[in-house]
Design a protein around this ligand. Structure first.
Ligand SMILES: *[C@@H]1O[C@H](CO)[C@@H](O)[C@H](O)[C@H]1NC(C)=O
Ligand SMILES: *[C@@H]1O[C@H](CO)[C@@H](O)[C@H](O)[C@H]1NC(C)=O
Ligand SMILES: *[C@@H]1O[C@H](CO)[C@@H](O)[C@H](O)[C@H]1NC(C)=O
Ligand SMILES: *[C@@H]1O[C@H](CO)[C@@H](O)[C@H](O)[C@H]1NC(C)=O
Ligand SMILES: *[C@@H]1O[C@H](CO)[C@@H](O)[C@H](O)[C@H]1NC(C)=O
Length: 458
């Protein structure tokens, strides 16, 4: 997951400059106006919110004027309005340095009644008392809320309410790592200002609404780790701004829609662990911004497409456990920025392309458990550079030239010209066979060897 974070953060900063501006505004307000207080009604709403969030029973008494500069409390941000009042613009609880939430916190739906609120962020807040995301019909229809982030709240259950459509100004909606169930309401798709939609790590079910295509300003769409079913809608191609698309670990079927070729800003695409099948759209090669293509664990069962070799910006290409057959296209060695290539557990045959030894950025190469053969085209420098991040095991036909093999630690490949049976017996030595993984590998290797002998003999 490291790339998802490193990618998301810059995107966030890019997309939401107001996040960093707000403090300057506050200083500006302090200098020019001498705003005295909050409107009593807004103050009362804030007190109610704090009653349900803060473990400090005397909060009302300790902070009678919570927005007043100087007395202002971490986690609450205020700005002066035209009306010489101070207004709550940001609530941020749960993750340090902001205040933590009390054990029995429940979701404070009063936040939607704060007319000037721009950001509401609650993480690790709703952990014990079951609570739902409630947006009452009476909520403020001219909501100024731009960011709603509810993350890592194991007691946040129920579905995403259709009333979410009232939050017209939303640019960021993060509901990740909660226990939300039910479908993705199609009303979300009317929030056309959305730039960042993250519903990952919940128990959402049902289909991807075709209206998702209305979200033309979306930069990040993360629906990973849910139970979403059926096809990826063709309308996905309308999200022309999309830079990150993560649909991993769902129950999606069918193949990638042809419209995907229009997503020419896409940098990161992850589709692992679904039920997607071949073939890839012809226009795949138009995704010239792609740096990460992560699609392990799908029942593809097609020849490994050479088209990936034309996505020259690729840094990470993962296509493991997916029934790919045929040879590794030599054009893959033109992916000069590739740092990770995972093709393990497929049915690939033929040789390792000679050019792979020239991939100067490669750091992790896993070709294990295929049917590759011939001499491994790597120099000892290459072996040393990758070390344990090179995995060629479980390819009974592969062998190392005796010259390169000298000094190379055991990588599960035989030396060319040396009897297979004798060298395969090596791993049975007690010290090495002790780990379970090694034993499994040994059986697998034996299995392939039998298969291989069977093919030769019959
Ligand atoms: C602030 O005042 C200006 C001019 O009086 C007005 O145009 C604007 O809409 C006001 N803004 C808010 C947020 O009320
Ligand atoms: C490879 O990475 C380098 C450094 O990040 C970059 O300057 C270059 O444009 C990349 N090459 C391609 C084909 O994207
Ligand atoms: C790898 O690079 C070397 C040196 O630049 C070159 O001589 C060789 O032809 C390249 N091999 C392949 C297969 O591209
Ligand atoms: C390569 O893939 C296999 C099978 O998924 C895995 O067990 C192994 O740890 C991987 N090797 C490396 C070096 O990542
Ligand atoms: C390889 O193994 C076979 C069968 O065990 C044996 O007959 C043959 O002599 C061995 N060859 C070498 C080079 O060790």
């Amino acid at each position: 997951m490291h790339y998802s974070f490193s990618l998301t953060l810059p995107l966030l900063l890019l997309c939401f400059p107001f996040l960093s501006i707000s403090s300057t505004n506050q200083q500006h307000a302090k200098k020019n106006l001498q705003p005295n207080s909050m409107e009593p009604s807004e103050l009362e709403i804030l007190f109610k919110i704090m009653d349900s969030m803060s473990s400090d029973q005397t909060w009302r008494i300790s902070y009678p004027n919570p927005c007043k500069p100087g007395s202002s409390w971490m986690g609450i941000e205020c700005k002066a309005g035209n009306d010489s009042h101070l207004h709550v613009t940001r609530l941020d609880f749960g993750s340090p340095p902001n205040p933590s939430c009390k054990i029995k916190s429940i979701f404070p739906s009063q936040i939607f009644d704060l007319p000037y609120l721009q950001s509401a962020i609650f993480s690790q807040c709703f952990t014990h008392t079951k609570t739902t995301l409630t947006i009452s019909q009476n909520s403020y229809f001219n909501s100024k809320l731009q960011q709603l982030s509810l993350r890592s709240n194991p007691a946040l259950i129920g579905s995403i309410p259709p009333q979410i459509f009232t939050l017209k100004s939303l640019q960021t909606l993060t509901l990740s790592q909660n226990r939300l169930t039910g479908p993705i309401p199609k009303e979300i798709c009317s929030l056309t200002s959305l730039e960042h939609l993250d519903l990952s790590y919940n128990f959402l079910s049902g289909i991807l609404p075709k209206q998702l295509g209305n979200l033309k300003n979306l930069v990040v769409l993360d629906l990973s780790y849910n139970s979403l079913t059926k096809l990826i809608p063709d309308t996905i191609g309308q999200m022309g701004m999309l830079q990150k698309l993560d649909l991993s670990s769902n129950l999606l079927t069918g193949s990638l829609p042809n419209s995907i070729e229009k997503l020419n800003s896409l940098v990161f695409m992850a589709l692992s662990n679904n039920r997607l099948k071949g073939n890839f759209p012809k226009g795949l090669t138009k995704l010239q911004s792609l740096q990460y293509f992560i699609m392990d664990d799908n029942p593809m069962f097609i020849p490994l497409p050479a088209e990936f070799g034309q996505l020259r910006k690729l840094q990470e290409l993962r296509l493991a456990n997916s029934g790919y057959s045929g040879t590794i296209p030599p054009i893959f060695s033109q992916l000069q920025n590739l740092s990770t290539l995972s093709l393990q557990n497929n049915r690939l045959i033929g040789v390792i392309p000679a050019g792979f030894g020239n991939l100067s950025h490669i750091y992790h190469l896993n070709l294990s458990r295929n049917l590759l053969g011939g001499e491994v085209p790597f120099t000892s420098t290459f072996f040393q550079r990758l070390g344990k991040n090179l995995d060629l095991s479980g390819n009974p036909g592969l062998c190392l030239s005796p010259a390169e093999a000298y000094g190379v630690k055991k990588i599960g490949v035989n030396i060319c010209g040396i009897n297979k049976t004798t060298s395969l017996i090596k791993p049975l030595k007690h010290s090495e066979a002790s780990s379970l993984g090694f034993t499994k590998l040994f059986f697998l290797v034996n299995f392939f060897l039998l298969l291989y002998l069977h093919q030769i003999l019959f």
